[in-house]
Design a protein around this ligand. Structure first.
Ligand code: DX5
Ligand code: ZN
Length: 221
């Protein structure tokens, strides 16, 4: 069954700790933490002190999505704060040396992810498949929660799944942006193994039910 990683970006920041505890109890597999620096993306969120705070209140894997222009500089901070998975964008200036960045994440004992913006080709991964644990397919332009899923990305998820299975690799395919209870089944069929859910989970009347539906467990409820 696919995993669900609710994004706390959508939460009321006054109650972030309560939201993390709620998502943990509601059945989240991972907690997706969106880190934005106001430079790489036109929005700011929070930094590694928040990851350290989350680490104290949940044992769920912290899935840290770095939307910052110099991820290389801060990998040790996020690793030390308790991130389990660190995902970076190859489009960011310091990730021009993509192999160096993902190698550093693994050297810190963490799982390494690469996030691709909607217009970025999968070809960028061709020579680093052995060095990554996760591919994050952005299905919106990064920066904000609550946007609509870009339809063309469905094909990109299928292509990614094909490339990974042809190589016989076990790399998670995480889909991030505009995932909803309406499009989740198609995203799962396309080959996603992890669904991020911001608005669809955190703003749901019943987040536990929303997580079950995203996971495709309708028939078990
Ligand atoms: C967008 C972030 C997403 C976002 C998801 O830049 O990376 O993780 O918070 O939120 P929804 O699911 O509402 O699109
Ligand atoms: Zn994200």
């Amino acid at each position: 069954m696919v995993k669900v990683a609710p994004s706390v970006l959508t939460a009321d920041f006054t109650y972030l700790g309560d939201t993390v505890r709620m998502l943990d109890k509601a059945g989240a597999d991972w907690i997706h933490c969106d880190i934005m620096d106001g430079v790489y993306v036109p929005n700011m969120s929070f930094g590694w002190p928040m990851i350290r705070a989350f680490r104290k209140i949940t044992d769920k894997p912290l899935d840290v999505h770095l939307m910052i222009s110099d991820p290389l500089r801060y990998i040790e901070e996020f690793a030390g704060a308790g991130a389990d998975i660190i995902t970076i964008h190859p489009e960011s200036p310091s990730s021009v040396h993509l192999h160096r960045v993902v190698t550093k994440i693994r050297a810190c004992g963490k799982k390494a992810g690469v996030a691709l913006n909607p217009a970025t080709s999968l070809d960028v991964l061709d020579y680093i498949y052995d060095d990554i644990d996760l591919l994050l397919v952005m299905s919106v332009n990064p920066g904000f929660g609550g946007q609509s899923f870009i339809p063309a990305i469905m094909k990109k998820i299928e292509d990614a799944a094909g490339r990974i299975s042809r190589r016989g690799l076990k790399i998670e395919i995480e889909v991030d942006g505009g995932v909803s209870v309406k499009n989740a089944a198609d995203i799962r069929s396309a080959g996603a193994t992890v669904l991020v859910g911001g608005h669809a989970v955190v703003d749901a009347e019943d987040p536990a039910e929303a997580i079950r539906i995203l996971k495709g467990a309708e028939s078990f409820t």
